[in-house]
Design a protein around this ligand. Sequence first.
Ligand code: SAH
Ligand code: SF4
Ligand code: F3S
Length: 481
Amino acid sequence: MQAVDLDQIDLTGAVPEEETDRQYFFMAKARNYVQALADTLGRTPTCCVTTFGCQMNARDSEKLVGILEKVGYRIIDSEKADFVIFNTCTVRDNANQRVYGRLGELNGYKRRNPHMRIALCGCMMQEPAVIEKLRKSYGFIDLIFGTHNIFKFAELLCASFESKGMLIDIWKDTDQIVEDLPVERKYSFKSGINIMFGCNNFCSYCIVPYVRGRERSREPKDILREIEGLVADGVVEIMLLGQNVNSYGKNLDSPMTFSELLREIEKIEGLKRIRFMTSHPKDLSDELIQVMKESKKICRHLHLPLQSGSTKILTRMNRRYTKEQYLALAEKIRREIPDIAITTDIIVGFPGETPEDLEETIDVVKRVKFDNAFTFIYSKRTGTPAAAMEDQVPEEQVKVGFDRLLHVVQDTAREQVARCQGQIMDALIEEVNETDPTMVTGRLSNNTIVHVPGDVSMIGTIVKVSLDTCHGFYYIGHVAE
Ligand code: SAH
Ligand code: SF4
Ligand code: F3S
């Protein structure tokens, strides 16, 4: 990452046309506004970024924080701050409802702090109906922007300081990928890395392709350079992020497969662990299984969303695989990499789903023996093909099915996690245990959590741990050497 000194930027000159220079210009300018605010307040202004949704959003928030720190805000966890940003998610309706609820609270804080500013960004902002509602009933918001122009945050921040009332800037789409902006990661020793943006799959229930736009891959050289920089800065584990990492690289000027990218990343010295998500089953290649099998760094964990075990429902979901194809794929992965953990996402209550369809899903859960599964109740998303399907499932049937599935999922997960009992494995120590400060929490390659006696000095190191007792979904153990 290039280090840009804001003091070297001449604000009396013309605004640069080219990104990334343009955004650094606006960072220098925004810094003056923040300084002026600090003079008024008699202290450093505080800022809080609250993230809803997936790892992609979490990474975006780190980019926002990178800029906010650069322009002079002090980052705090409390929303009683001088500047609060909600980075929103709209994948299910409850994500939206949470945002509206929290906005009410923010309004209360703002009444008590006249200098407070509120910004909203993220996936929810890409929905015109949301913008209408905010415009009408949430006039206290200062700045609204979307997923496609988040790279312009510094510029938008300046514009917001210069204007009164609500400033809204939403782009319908973009093909731009702006590199080299500042980013402040949450953990010193691990980091997410975007390898692609958007999604082209249009699963019939899903709003992501509408709010994140078309699939775009980053250039491999930019990805490798970013990882090398992170490793030099102390990162040992990375998580490659994309809605469908298995289709990485298809649209690059010189196409490259995800497996080829992984081979290149593997060579980076000092990098210890590689994770990625998410994999779409329809695009998971034999080459990828082979690369994972041979790799010393790729973690023994694959998140492979099933969504449903019924071929009829899968077809209506536009997932483009059958129950049998999924089962065959999972079996192949388990055969080639026996110590791998397979996790999944499942939706209950998709339009047209009968109790028999749910039995098919439960059958897959039992046969694949997922190490963990995230189960979701289907949420109707306006504008998606599934929202227009007629046979929406009655709430009571969904509830009964969901509870039944959850039990099966928990049983298989417990059984799977217990497989490692008594073994010695590498764990990356991530934090001091919240409830017991004499313990630290680590993560195994297969993503299982283990708590061991230890202290803060161990954070970010990989240690051998003995997995003594399994407590359902995690282990209590001790450092083995
Ligand atoms: N790109 C990833 C998923 C991103 S969304 C993939 O294809 O696997 C994360 C999960 O949210 C999905 O796997 C799905 O299980 C769930 N999800 C998406 N849309 C949903 C909806 N309308 N209702 C309920 N769950 C949904
Ligand atoms: Fe949504 Fe499907 Fe794309 Fe995943 S692959 S983000 S579920 S459309
Ligand atoms: Fe949500 Fe957007 Fe992620 S809708 S799940 S935050 S891509």
